[in-house]
Design a protein around this ligand. Sequence first.
Ligand code: 5GP
Length: 333
Amino acid sequence: MRLERDVKLTFDDVLIRPKRSTLISRSDVNLEREFGFRHSKQKWKGIPIVAANMDTTGLFSIAKILQRYKMITCMQKFYSTKDFEQAWEDVDPNFAAVTCGTTENSFDLLERKMATNENIKMICIDVANGYREVFLEYVKRVRNNFPEKILIAGNVATREMTEALILAGADIVKVGIGPGSVCTTRKVAGVGYPQLSAIAECADGAHGLNGHVMADGGCSSPGDVAKAFAAGADFVMIGGMLSGHDECAGDLIFEDDNPTPVGMKFYGMASETAMEKHGNLIKNEYRGSEGKTVTVPYRGAVKPTVVDILSGVRSACTYVGASNLKQLSKCTT
Ligand code: 5GP
């Protein structure tokens, strides 16, 4: 075994140091960014915070709210083509990514979903372990078939695989192995990488190639989202922070006769709950769960939570003197 001796950090290990600044208030801060991408040559403009493609959050109901703030929703991959056809009446394709897995079946489904609206800009290829060679081949195949679409691919947590994915055709690499709020990979497999360092290292690799990164997992407060951007993330994906709201899917928990729910179920996409729901609970010796099911507090409408997140990131920018999100990482110590 080889040990890496340099310090690796996660969100809780750091704080952003305040600095003198000329900004007067949070309203001076612009959180919108405009990106151009290495492969697709597309432009995208908006606030680069993204709802995770989980059963409970990657939903059209969430997208309808987030798109008002120009934020993206990566749709959970179990929607049917028909669901997509019906959704476009209310959902803006600029802010909705179609998610797919890597099986043969997934590719056909992806093609059908993409055909439901020619204005869909983004495809998210999501696997738990982005380190397999076959994954690179799949990314190349999707890139060849959709040369003009913004391709998000992951997850990985280290520089060399970020670079490999960008060279294979990804515009945005999704970064995060094990940090998710309902992820148990670090416990089950002992595998992971401290998320703040993963973001900084992968961003450095990606930006050198004119690629981008999406930090995925481990943000449990608006301050963590700010730290992810400060570390160099171009996009930040959140799951747990959006859970427990009216717009989410998940069983509500009631107490006694109280008609107001006290909690909501939230589960990992590799949990037994997810496997049971999607009919792939295979109890054999090769496949176990790498996610858990939790009850999160019920929090009503998602809009105030979104406003809180944006306000937190704006506040971070004011503390370090960044008048826009792009400057946040440059201004951060
Ligand atoms: P959160 O924002 O809740 O901390 O993290 C969300 C991310 O956790 C998702 O976007 C996804 O990458 C990851 N995730 C979701 N479900 C599971 C799971 O069951 N197992 C693992 N290992 N990761 C998961």
